[in-house]
Ligand binder design. Structure first.
Ligand SMILES: NC(=O)c1ccc[n+]([C@@H]2O[C@H](COP(=O)([O-])OP(=O)(O)OC[C@H]3O[C@@H](n4cnc5c(N)ncnc54)[C@H](OP(=O)(O)O)[C@@H]3O)[C@@H](O)[C@H]2O)c1
Length: 291
């Protein structure tokens, strides 16, 4: 009986917490003047995250490899109301270059409130794993090691500001997905590293939030180009996705699932019925289009 009451209490508590988080809103006052670094912000979700922060008056630092695109995004951030908008060109396949981005951000913005780690790249493509170790190394360097490098470069500034780190993960970082072995590995590595870091911060009373965004299929140009004809799945809008990521970051949530009902039930079922989850996910792949 006591056990049942406890269970009921936990379930009610869980739903109340979910309701509280899902209705709490973010106001521009909470963001104005905050210093934000968004990686992979020349296009896709990162570009949209930069616009959402800009609209609320944040000071943004953008980074990716294409200078011209970054210049255009920075200009649009200023039009939208950013307190300032700068960019630094960097290839995250080079860890020294990633280290320089953290340094340049601190010098330009005089500190950092949000580190949004979003870029994705490397030479891996969507398809059968062919044993190509160069592509494994390249994917892990760009999609995992550079995240850690940027975090270590930004840590003292984040300690000072009591800021937040945001990590872009994926359903493939919670459930192994076929045809993306190296990508999936890098997302699992991120999830392990940053959930460990979050516990460490909590135990040591370090006030830095760690938000992991677990995303489904989002309609960015690159994602649709890469998998559009290989999976039969509806893509969710990148603008709404970016808005939810910014909201979760500002509210210092530990996790965000987007789209919630497309991701969360599968993650919950994963350990109880892995075979069923695998069968459900398998139905989305168009095998004749995958090599
Ligand atoms: N879209 C989805 O369906 C989806 C699903 C789950 C998770 N996610 C995650 O969400 C995040 C954003 O995805 P997205 O679809 O918006 O990606 P995207 O449109 O492909 O954009 C990737 C960004 O990363 C930059 N980039 C690529 N290689 C780089 C490198 N070597 N060095 C520095 N920057 C590099 C790109 O800019 P340059 O080319 O200018 O360098 C671009 O700004 C990623 O972490 C991804 O894993 C996306």
């Amino acid at each position: 009986m006591a056990g049942a009451k406890l269970l009921l209490l936990c379930v009610c508590g869980g739903f109340s917490a979910y309701y509280f988080y899902s209705t709490e809103s973010v106001t521009p006052e909470m963001v104005r003047g905050k210093r934000v670094l968004v990686t992979g912000s020349s296009t896709g979700i990162g570009e949209q995250i930069a616009y959402h922060f800009a609209q609320m008056g944040a000071r943004v630092m953008l980074t990716a490899r294409r200078a011209e695109r970054l210049r255009e995004v920075a200009e649009k951030c200023l039009e939208l109301g950013a307190g300032s908008a700068h960019y630094v060109v960097s290839d995250m396949g080079n860890l020294t270059s990633a280290q320089n981005v953290a340094q340049e951000t601190r010098n330009t913005l005089g500190g950092l409130d949000y580190l949004v780690l979003n870029h994705v790249g490397g030479s891996g493509s969507f398809g059968t794993f062919q044993g190509d170790m160069d592509s494994v190394l390249s994917s892990l360097t760009v999609n995992f090691l550079s995240y850690v490098q940027l975090t270590s470069g930004a840590l003292s500034a984040l300690r000072e500001s009591q800021g937040g780190i945001v990590i872009m993960s994926s359903l493939s970082g919670r459930i192994g997905a076929p045809f993306t072995a190296t990508y999936s590995a890098s997302k699992f590595a991120l999830e392990g590293f940053y959930s460990s870091l979050r516990r460490e911060f909590s135990l040591q009373k370090t006030n830095i939030s760690v938000t992991v965004a677990v995303l489904g299929y989002i309609d960015t140009e690159n994602a649709v180009k890469k998998v559009g004809d290989k999976v039969s799945m509806l893509a969710s809008p990148k603008q709404a996705c970016a808005r939810e990521v910014v909201r979760a970051a500002v509210l210092r949530q530990a996790e965000l699932f987007y789209p919630f009902w497309g991701i969360k039930p599968l993650v919950l079922l994963r350990d109880w019925a892995p075979g069923l989850v695998g069968k459900i996910l398998d139905t989305f792949y168009i095998l004749e289009n995958i090599v």
